[in-house]
Design a protein around this ligand. Structure first.
Ligand code: PEP
Length: 249
């Protein structure tokens, strides 16, 4: 049985005060929620505020990115052990906005995933096709290639610590949610790729999240699909009531 994971990605929104205010409302709304993992990923500078606001709770905090070197002359970067020391237990890797605007590649995704695991963080590795790739019938090939070029390079032991997020780029921030069937088909493709690389047991154990315009009113139908093990939420995770409704779907 895979434990549902409900994760929020705040992208480049909220300051420290807004971060603390979010948890004033959100924390009591989920404190009785059991049987699922709850994660929020604020911007780097607000991680201390988020960690302080969630101390002793059932809410985990994650980074939105990391660099794979432990320390050094890499201006503007943040290393995995630094996120861990700041109180993070999770980190997003390879979000499509990182791939699109900041040159993230499958190769860097693999390096970052390994660095996260070595620091004791749980990486949530994002994959997903762009609209023109879907329209050209290339979705399965794109997902397979992102998987093969990226996390298929992990050892089976490393892979056991990874969560995958399927985020079709055309559904992110657009209000166009993939239908549960579209999402579920993509999750099956990913699970088959995992089975081919790491075996049937790993494929049935790995959690695959769906992300792309998830809202309180579409969460239950997405989560009803057997292959959808949780959600990665952008816009709707910024509002505490809305994200609590998603978590408590
Ligand atoms: C995201 O940023 O990962 C995302 C899925 O955004 P949204 O929910 O706003 O589409």
């Amino acid at each position: 049985m895979r434990k549902p994971l409900m994760a929020g990605n705040w992208k480049m929104y909220k300051n420290a005060g807004e971060t603390a205010a979010f948890f004033d409302t959100f924390r009591p709304a989920v404190e009785k929620t059991a049987g699922r993992d709850i994660v929020l990923c604020p911007v780097f500078v607000n991680i201390p505020a988020a960690v302080a606001a969630t101390a002793g709770s059932n809410i985990g905090i994650g980074g939105q990115n990391l660099y794979w070197v432990r320390e050094g002359a890499f201006t503007g970067e943040v290393a995995a052990p630094m996120l861990k020391a700041a109180g993070c237990s999770w980190v997003l890797v390879g979000h499509s906005e990182r791939r699109q605007y900041f040159g993230e590649t499958d190769e860097s995704v693999l390096k970052k995933t390994v660095a996260a695991l070595e620091a004791g963080l749980n990486p949530i590795v994002c994959v997903g096709e762009r609209l023109q790739e879907r329209e050209a019938g290339e979705t399965a090939a794109v997902l397979q290639s992102q998987f093969t070029g990226g996390i298929a390079g992990l050892t089976p032991q490393q892979f056991a610590g990874v969560v995958i997020a399927y985020e079709p780029v055309w559904a992110i921030g657009t209000g166009k949610t993939a239908t549960p069937e579209i999402a579920s088909d993509a999750h099956k493709v990913i699970r088959q790729a995992v089975a081919a690389a790491f075996g049937a047991e790993a494929a049935s154990a790995v959690r695959i999240l769906y992300g792309g315009s998830v809202k309180p009113d579409n969460t239950a139908t997405l989560m009803a699909k057997e292959d959808i093990d949780g959600v990665l939420v952008g816009g709707a995770s910024l509002d505490p009531k809305s994200f609590a409704a998603i978590v408590n779907y």
